[in-house]
Design a protein around this ligand. Structure first.
Ligand SMILES: Nc1ncnc2c1ncn2[C@@H]1O[C@H](COP(=O)(O)OP(=O)(O)O)[C@@H](O)[C@H]1O
Ligand SMILES: [Mg+2]
Length: 228
């Protein structure tokens, strides 16, 4: 099976080599869990390895996103150049619609041979729906549309809580091909970042809850270590 390497330290090992190609994976977690950083690094590593990526930013302006990522990852010194050479594209569509996002991604694949896409976040789109059932239907259609495209997509989903114990299953857990949960765990006076691959259709994967860190060089996932 063809796989896309996230390039994130430890992550591909957990995924038995990477994300199955052309799948749609949700990056799920509460505010500040590290979703945007995870997704940005996925595109950054791709761009460096010759795979063009598009970041569809629905929450932050493109300038804010670039500024935040440059400060989170000071060792990613070539972000601006990657953007200039279109290996990394950051776009903010003016409509909060899955159809427009799908059109946009399709367009970038045709125009710029984009292989990796990020949608940040699905929650922005979900909020535009009055009824959950309508969102579910639209998300379903969106995913089947994207499945025909030669592109591997990460979509962030905002959990209503950062606490692992309070997490519940959202619509996205049922319809997406894969789910990676990011947590900000309370440990007495400390907070610990941890993640787990909750599901990944089409591949075996680690089921461990493992610690990770956001470092200036990128995320580090500590495979084989325990969260305590
Ligand atoms: N330079 C940094 N070093 C370590 N952690 C950082 C740095 N910059 C940002 N962070 C952490 O990353 C978190 C934001 O992550 P982000 O990817 O934006 O989360 P989310 O998208 O899930 O809200 C912040 O809460 C902060 O704790
Ligand atoms: Mg974010």
């Amino acid at each position: 099976m063809d796989r896309v390497k996230t390039g994130i330290v430890g992550m591909d090992e957990m995924l038995n080599g990477g994300i199955p190609m052309r799948r749609h994976v949700a990056i799920y977690g509460g505010p500040g869990a590290g979703k945007t950083s995870f997704c940005f690094e996925y595109l950054y590593r791709g761009a460096k390895a010759g795979e063009n990526g598009v970041y569809v930013s629905l929450e932050e302006t493109t300038d804010d996103l670039i500024e935040n990522m440059a400060s989170t990852f000071p060792m990613f010194t070539d972000i601006k150049e990657l953007i200039k050479s279109k290996k990394l594209e950051i776009v903010k569509p003016d409509k909060l619609e899955l159809e427009s996002v799908a059109d946009l991604i399709e367009d970038r694949i045709a125009e710029n041979d984009v292989k990796r896409a990020v949608i940040d976040s699905a929650t922005m789109i979900r909020m535009a729906f009055a009824k959950e059932v309508e969102y579910r239907q639209t998300l379903f259609e969106f995913l089947s549309l994207l499945r025909n495209l030669d592109c591997t997509t990460l979509t962030t989903v905002e959990a209503t809580t950062a606490k692992k114990e309070e997490m519940h299953f959202d619509i996205e857990h049922f319809v997406m091909d894969g789910i990676i949960n990011l947590y900000n765990l309370d440990r007495e006076e400390r907070r610990i970042r941890a993640l787990e691959i909750f599901k990944m259709r089409g591949t075996d994967h680690s089921r461990d809850l493992v610690p990770f860190k956001v470092t200036p060089q990128g995320l580090k996932v500590y495979v084989g270590e325990k969260v305590f």
